[in-house]
Design a protein around this ligand. Structure first.
Ligand code: ADP
Length: 481
């Protein structure tokens, strides 16, 4: 069975419940990063179609927000059930365009579906407040209302989860949405759109517009109808969108780059630290925004940690995500491979000791790499690597670890391994990050508030805080009682 035969497969854009196909040769090709083969062609839309999608989302808003929350919740729950039913097909489409091992893709589909379930549940808990008023003849009511028409721009590293994490709270809150998926991975988003329709999401409530990023982005940002943007991607594009949002004063959620430190103290459970390191570094071939970028390891356990990580890295299996047993798939594109290669060369030039890997394999595959004795000013320590490269920096004291960890413009995720409860609390408190994994590397879950500070952005996704991003407060003062 080819990908095109899978049930939720779509190659068109979705505007107002109409699927728009690409004119052959005029669209954007989608490639399998494992072998470079073209697997689809999706429409390359621009400002004109984006304006149509905005108009459709605006027209659909009144009906959708007026629906009882329980009805919106039921539709999201049906969508959730359809994602589970089609988990295997969705995982195959995801691996086909993104490259991650199938086992990880299956996991991502479950994780992504979890946002639909969570926000379906939250939809019915959007309640208000009654505040004691200054006079006895008054009552103060606080209502929560949907912000209105919203937009989402998503990246290629989690083609399913980054979509549901935005669309689920939006729809639960009573908002409508226009999504621009990443050009590398539009197919998972389109498949989700097909399942949304099947679940009963009405026309215009969820629109998907693939194509020219700058043109679609500007049309969304210039429109006074669009009241909010949720963006996950790079910090430079996030900064630009922030500026573009100023004239219409849109609300923003920005989930941008990270530079996650992974601190191993000499009192840590080393088995747990090594397990956490493998997961935190090599998941999705190192291409997640919460992936470890810098290992900071205390003197006394440094050599042992490096040895154990080397042994585990030797067991990783590089290959196409569809091959059984593969744990490291291809990187997303040539630019990504070149960046990892540059970071390796830079670290070695500055005195880093290459312990494993260090070279590109064939195509877009890169050998899982370990470099010890990395100086703190190396590129890997400053700049998001987004690849299967672990660089180890040695430190001596707790103060030094905190200083090194915070010495970055980013502030998304940090990881700390220690068995000393006092140190655990001190260091978690001192880290300038939105999220801390304490003796734990798996921090992403729909039930917790995911997000960063500083150059890693603003706003939170997941948990009850995630739906607040799509709600406005309205205060009603009743007088003359
Ligand atoms: P990456 O370099 O990892 O692809 P980007 O920030 O460039 O990260 O991409 C994340 C998302 O932002 C993608 O959907 C991409 O198409 C989109 N994007 C890139 N440039 C712009 C832009 N000028 N306006 C709006 N969206 C953009």
């Amino acid at each position: 069975m080819t990908l095109k035969d899978l049930h939720p497969w779509r190659e068109g854009a979705l505007i107002d419940s109409t699927w728009i196909a690409a004119s052959p040769g005029q669209g954007t090709p989608v490639h399998d990063p494992a072998d470079g083969a073209q697997i689809a062609e999706v429409p390359s839309l621009g400002a004109e179609e984006t304006k149509r999608a905005i108009a459709a989302a605006q027209a659909a808003l009144g009906g959708w927000r007026a629906r009882p929350a329980g009805e919106r919740a039921d539709i999201l729950m049906r969508w959730y059930a359809l994602m589970l039913e089609h988990q295997e097909a969705l995982a195959r489409i995801l691996t086909g365009e993104q490259g991650k091992p199938l086992a990880e893709a299956r996991g991502e589909i479950l994780y992504a579906a979890g946002f639909l379930r969570w926000f379906a549940e939250e939809a019915r808990r959007i309640d208000g407040e009654i505040i004691p008023a200054p006079r006895s003849t008054q009552r103060i009511l606080v209502w929560q209302e949907p912000v209105g028409v919203t937009a989402a721009i998503t990246p290629w590293n989690f083609p399913a989860a980054m979509v549901t994490r935005k669309v689920a709270p939006a729809l639960a809150a009573g908002c409508t949405m226009i999504l621009k998926p990443a050009p590398e991975t539009p197919l998972t988003a389109l498949a989700l759109g097909a399942l949304a329709e099947e679940a009963g999401v009405p026309a215009g409530v969820f629109n998907i517009v693939p194509g020219d990023a700058a043109a679609i982005g500007s049309a969304l940002m210039d429109s006074p109808v669009v009241r909010k943007l949720s963006f996950t991607g790079s910090t430079p594009v996030g900064r630009m969108l922030y500026a573009q949002a100023a004239p219409t004063l849109k609300r923003l959620s920005l989930e941008l780059g990270g530079n996650a430190p992974f601190i191993v103290f000499d009192d840590a459970d080393l088995d747990a630290a090594v397990d956490g390191a493998m997961l935190g570094k090599f998941r999705n071939a190192g291409q997640t925004c919460v992936c470890v970028n810098r290992f900071l390891v205390q003197d006394a356990v440094h050599d042992q940690f490096v040895d154990r990580l080397r042994e585990r890295i030797a067991k990783l299996v590089v290959g196409p995500g569809t091959d059984p047993g593969v744990t490291i798939g291809p990187l997303i594109n040539e630019r990504a491979v070149v960046k990892v290669d540059d970071h390796v060369a830079d670290a070695v030039r500055r005195g880093g000791r290459l312990v494993a890997g260090g070279k590109r394999d064939h195509g877009l595959f890169y050998q899982p790499t370990l470099i010890a004795d990395v100086p703190a000013d190396a590129q890997i320590a400053r700049d998001e690597t987004f690849g299967p490269l672990a660089g180890i920096i040695r430190f001596h004291t707790e103060e030094e670890a905190i200083r090194l960890a915070n010495d970055t413009e980013f502030g998304l995720a940090a990881y700390v391994y220690t068995r000393d409860i006092g140190r655990a609390m001190r260091v978690s408190g001192a880290l300038e990050y939105g999220m801390v994994g304490l003796n734990e590397a798996a921090i992403s879950t729909e039930v917790a508030p995911f997000g960063g500070i500083k150059a890693s952005g603003m706003g939170r996704e997941g948990s009850r805080h995630g739906i607040a991003e799509y709600l406005e407060l309205k205060y009603v003062m009743m007088g003359g009682l």
